[in-house]
Design a protein. Sequence first.
Length: 218
Amino acid sequence: MPSWVRLRCGLEPKTLAALAVVLVLGVVLAAQHFRAGRPEPVRAPQLVGDVPPVPGATRPGPSPGPPPAEEPAGRIVVDVSGKVRRPGVLRLPAGSRVADALRAAGGVRTGTDLTGLNRARVLMDGEQVVVGVPQPPGGPAPGPQGLTGGGAPGGGPLSLNTATVEQLDTLPGVGPVLAQHIADYRTEHGGFRSVDELREVTGIGDRRFADLRPLVRP
């Protein structure tokens, strides 16, 4: 520092050195404060939709599950009995014909006469189709309540005491084995005294007896 300044202010060298140090520190602090307060540019956040796809990654698809249930089309229920391979209650599409019911029942058994059976007729819900079984006197005519094919001559009830095994085999739901059971029971008990005795034959339950009762006599 010039000597004239020191003389004018009356300052000692030590005091001047201390002042110089204070000034230097002030300048340094001022410079740091200015740098800290200076605004800095900030990058905008990246949108989620702009994230580039990761190689090999696939988007999640819909969760697996059963397809929505569809309403079933109109259906009818018919009872097919007699000389078919699988007699019973069948559910068929509405508008089905007698021929469709016969196919659903496994087809007609070999040797059954289908004369008089209209296989092209449209079926109705709740009707019964009886194939190859004789109708009792005064029984329903072929139509929605009962369809027959190959009825025995005379059209009357079949006699349990005089019918052969082959004739018993023509009854609805009666095959060769059950027909032989009926014949064996007849031999062991000296004939049938009433139709109700059919319940005692092995293989004849309540439902089958109900189907046979109007078709046979002692």
